[in-house]
Design a protein around this ligand. Structure first.
Ligand SMILES: *Cc1c(COP(=O)(O)O)cnc(C)c1O
Length: 382
């Protein structure tokens, strides 16, 4: 068994007891509201934790063939109570048959895709349930890059593009309109969604409310969510699905790195053995400043540093931080909340080594479940 000091940086470490806390909150929502909660693999796909996740969540939602395969192989397997849902902005001929075989739900993005593949997927899998993704054209997403209902969005079908002939093919409707948002934002989306589409709910078995619900964040009004879902189910007689990614992995672990050098150019700059660009991509895409354990805002404490990554990208910068004591080469720097949307998105840009994946088990043992090296860089190229 490894001790924490022996682990080679960089590594992401997921704390299973924190993950279980999140799953318990999501399970409470399921039990009290009657909704089914499934994991969006896009945001969290550490499949070594799935034996734990499966104790609470009812399946996975995937964004195409590869995630669907992972959902089937590592999550649902042949358990009839666990579901694999697959949505893609567009499916392709060479993948749709396999997707139909391993999925319980397929969610089409447009009537044209639905008409193209509906018959074919039902022939391959007669039990499959089909749905259409709707664009309710109502979102208060904090960032355009994460706003599925923004102007000219390709994601989902607007009321103007809705073709009533889809109704004979589908059992449900999906929307996904939120990003890291509270229940008031969901309430606003539901108003728009019901206003436009409730005339089509008759005969539907379910409505899928998508992801972006920040349910496990402190201060989220879980009771209000439960009431909203209960009322919706009673009003329309449908099942409700939620498919969070971020809320599952939210604050369940860290990215640990080491200070390799400290250089000076107008300020003190610490070069770390990790990278914002390659290992913490949302910090640049969102963008946001990741918290560092033991640090203050720039200027708050006595010793101030800019943290930069070990790549040649000038903008590979995590931000400015301050500390009570001067940093030394060899010190560990721990970035908080780096489990969701990190290792599902990371890259080998610049040939930089990918961080290892570590799980801190509930009995406090450490499992290094994956280490990466040169081959991972080489195998992506040719
Ligand atoms: C991204 C996404 C999710 C998960 O979103 P989170 O913000 O991680 O909860 C769920 N459903 C769809 C269709 C998505 O695109």
């Amino acid at each position: 068994m490894k001790k924490i000091e022996e682990l080679k940086t960089p590594y992401y470490m997921c704390d299973e007891s924190l993950l279980r806390n999140n799953l318990k909150i999501l399970n409470y929502v399921q039990q009290e509201s009657g909704a089914k909660v499934i994991l969006a693999l896009k945001g969290f796909a550490m499949w070594s934790t799935f034996p734990l996740v499966k104790q609470y969540l009812k399946g996975c939602t995937s964004s195409g063939l590869h995630e669907a395969l992972l959902a089937r192989e590592e999550f649902a397997q042949d358990d009839k109570n666990l579901e694999v849902h697959t949505y893609s902005p567009a499916f392709k001929d060479e993948e749709i048959d396999e997707i139909a075989k391993i999925s319980d739900h397929i969610v089409f993005n447009s009537p044209s895709q639905l008409f193209k593949y509906s018959k074919r997927v039902k022939e391959i899998n007669p039990k499959i349930s089909l749905s259409l993704r709707i664009n309710p054209e109502q979102s208060s997403s904090p960032k355009d890059i994460y706003n599925p209902c923004g102007i000219y969005s390709r994601l989902g079908t607007t009321l103007a593009n809705f073709d009533e002939r889809v109704l004979e093919h589908i059992d449900g409707l999906n929307f996904h309109a939120l990003c890291e948002q509270d229940v008031d934002a969901l309430e606003d989306v539901l108003v728009a969604f019901e206003e436009k589409f409730s005339k089509y709910f008759k005969g539907m078995k379910y409505i899928n409310f998508g992801g972006g619900h920040h349910i496990t964040k402190k201060g989220y009004d879980v009771e209000k969510l439960i009431n909203l879902i209960k009322n919706f189910r009673a009003k329309y007689g449908v099942d409700v699905y939620l498919e969070p990614g971020e809320a599952v992995g939210w604050q369940t672990g860290v990215l640990v790195s080491t200070v390799l050098d400290i250089v000076h150019n107008g300020m003190d700059i610490a070069i770390l053995d990790t990278s914002a660009e390659a290992h913490m991509p949302d910090t640049l895409a969102m963008p946001y400043r990741a918290m560092v354990r033991g640090s203050g805002e720039a200027g708050e404490k006595k010793y101030r540093y800019r943290f930069g990554g070990n790549t040649c990208l000038a903008g590979d910068i995590m931000g400015d931080y301050s500390f009570d004591e001067p940093l030394q080469v060899g010190n560990k720097v721990i970035f908080e909340d780096q489990i969701h949307y990190t290792f599902v998105k990371n890259t080998t840009f610049n040939g930089i080594k990918l961080p290892s994946l570590v799980i801190l088990r509930e009995d406090k043992t450490l499992d290094v479940i994956k280490e990466f090296g040169y081959q991972d860089y080489r195998n992506r190229l040719s």
